[in-house]
Design a protein around this ligand. Structure first.
Ligand SMILES: [Zn+2]
Length: 122
């Protein structure tokens, strides 16, 4: 049976979540800049992809960045959800079974919303 988080552990995890949110926001801003560059490079050349030697490269760069940005959005949402649970006082409690999430699991993954038992069932 996992023990409840102490106030100090909760405070440390909340700081970690805020740090992660800052990092994700910064990464998303860089990503938006890269997308603008690719977009500018695409519209700058009036040749179509088939005849433009840079076309395919830009397309794959585009999908790589879009994939990363989707992943960032998912991470941002889970960090945001965790911070909402901190505010609501339910942080550290599994959203599925209501049991406490083990502190070492939260250390590794502060945004975890499921206890290890539920996570293994997913
Ligand atoms: Zn659970």
């Amino acid at each position: 049976m996992a023990e409840r988080l102490t106030d100090a552990q909760l405070a440390a995890l909340e700081r970690a979540l805020h740090r992660q949110r800052t990092e994700i926001t910064a990464a998303a801003a860089r990503m938006a800049g890269s997308l603008d560059d690719v977009r500018a490079a695409r519209s700058g050349s009036d040749a179509d992809d088939e005849h433009d030697p840079e076309g395919p490269t830009l397309s794959s760069e585009w999908s790589r960045i879009s994939g990363l940005s989707t992943e960032l959005e998912a991470r941002a949402a889970s960090v945001e959800g965790a911070l909402e649970r901190v505010a609501a006082g339910t942080f550290g409690t599994c959203i599925r079974c209501g049991q406490p999430i083990a502190p070492d699991r939260l250390d590794a993954l502060p945004a975890a919303e499921l206890c290890i038992t539920c996570a293994r069932q997913t």
